[in-house]
Each structure stands twice: as C-alpha cells, then as structure tokens.
Design a protein around this ligand. Sequence first.
Ligand SMILES: C[S@@+](CC[C@H](N)C(=O)[O-])C[C@H]1O[C@@H](n2cnc3c(N)ncnc32)[C@H](O)[C@@H]1O
Ligand SMILES: [Zn+2]
Length: 302
Amino acid sequence: MAGSEAKKSRSGGRQSPASLLRETIPSAPRSNILRPTPPLRCVDCHAPLSTLNENGTTCTGCKRAYPVCDGLWIAQGELTGKNRIAADFYNSERWLRFRPWEQLFLKTLGGLPGARMQILRHLRHLRGGRLLEVGIGDGENVTLLPRALQIVGIDIAERPLAACRDRYPERSLFLALAEGECIPFADGAFDAVLSVGGFNFYSDPQKALMEMARVTRPGGRVVVADELPDLFEWGWGHLLGFPRLDDWLMRRFWLGPEFTDMVINSRLDVRTVAHSALRQPKIYSIWRGLGYCIVGMPPHDE
Ligand SMILES: C[S@@+](CC[C@H](N)C(=O)[O-])C[C@H]1O[C@@H](n2cnc3c(N)ncnc32)[C@H](O)[C@@H]1O
Ligand SMILES: [Zn+2]
C-alpha cells in the first residue's frame, strides 16, 4: 500500500490526522528515527519482513507493503471496534483537553512522576536491552525509563505518536503505528514489554496481552497498568446517587459521546485475562487502589 493510500484506509475516509499533524506540530530532524530496527514480522502471514529503508519494507511472504511516513513506520490497516473509537479520541483535540484531568488524577495519586514509578519500578532491574511500550502515546514514560534501554513504541493513534517522535529528537526511538492486538515484531524480540493506560478499552485486551507475551523473550517481563475498569462508577454522581451526572460530565467535557458509551459498556476481568496470557502473573494495586498493575512472564519456558 502506498503511503497516501495507507493513510486514507487508516482514517476510513476521514481527514487524515497525519496531515493535521504536519500542519500543527513541526517535526524535528529525524536522522536517528527507526534505527536500530527490531526484528520485524508480518501482521498478516507472520513471515519476516525485508530490511527496512527510508521508504519502508515489504513482507517476504505475502508481499504486503509497510511504508514509512514522516519517520513513523506504518504497520496498521483500517481500525475497527473499540480501537477505532480510541484512535479517533486520541487523534482529536478532545484528548488535549482531557490531558490536564489525567495529570491531575496522577498528581493526586502519587504525584508526577511518583504515580508512574509505581509501575516502572517493576522494570528497574533492566540495565540495557530492548523494551517495547504498547500504547506509548506521546512518550510520558520515556524519560523515566533507564537510559540504556533501546525503546520501541507502538500506538494506534498518529497524533500522540508523532508528538513522541518530535519530543525526543536525541533519542533512538523506533516508533510504529500498530495495534497491541497485532504486534509487528518477531517472537522474543524484547527484554520487556510495558503498557500504561488504555488497556481496559483495547478491542481485545486478552489477544493484546498474548501478543505482548509472544514478543517478550523467555524470562523477560510484561508490565501492564491502567485504572480500575469500573472507575467511572466511583464518580461524584454515582456516590451521591445521581449516576447520570457522571455520564453527562464524561460526554460533555471529557471523553465525548462515543468514547463515553465505550467506557460505560466495557467491563474487563483483569485477573482472568492476566492468567490466560502470562505465567505467574501478580496484580498489584496502584494509585491508592484506583488502578492495577499486572506483572508477569511469558508462558514459554526459559
Ligand atoms: C492513556 S494513553 C497512555 C499513553 C502513555 N502510555 C502514557 O503512559 O502516558 C493510552 C494510549 O494507548 C493507545 N492505544 C489504545 N488502544 C490501543 C491498542 N489496542 N493498541 C495500541 N495502542 C493503543 C492510545 O492511542 C493512547 O495513545
Ligand atoms: Zn506477509
């Protein structure tokens, strides 16, 4: 798929967020972007991909093309289900308006960066190697991770991913547009995999966690954190007996109608999903009991 066709199919005919990005966020020099390259795998037929150059790469099996667009590697087709709704939200201005509320949430639940260190402490032992962050967003965790790590990030939304690219021009980040449910890297390619936020509302969290386990080397670590899946039921409206107040606030001010419906109608069983995909997972309570952090190993033997 050529770059422009790829963009069109990703946006399902809507205005391409990538073009919006180019207008709003000046891009930094990118000589170090997409180097070094982790081992790539086709999301369709699972064959290895040819060597990546500045235009992209091709599957050695089914010949699917994976273009490079503005320093981001494109390994994602048209989104469906919750992933499409989430990508629309994170690509929109609404996400920028929601951001301060998220920061306030973290500030009151351990501080900045304390709230994040409640999760990242499980990766403190890493002295080097390669780490994948699924749903990297604009890269809030990058500066808090050991500098010796080679960081690879994937996300379904162009806007935060491009912001991450431009935020760290001095770091060798490999950034790709890709779904957690279809990770475009080879088995065991990473020493650790991290995901912070968004997991509750992935189209298929179990599939995504199995994918994270697949790309983690034997003995490596998978760390996934998010707020409690029913957190919205802890809002003031619910506590005062007016649950529709929370619904209205979310729709009107924070998430918009589509994302709010998704939040209200989703329920993730964190324990079941963790045990189905990982070996000996532990589930820690974080953020004063308002969040969880799954820490486990891939199920394959060392
Ligand atoms: C709350 S933000 C967190 C960003 C960053 N990890 C952080 O800690 O600030 C969640 C991110 O996950 C991404 N995301 C949502 N669903 C995803 C999926 N199925 N696969 C990959 N990324 C996803 C969103 O686009 C968004 O950038
Ligand atoms: Zn293929």
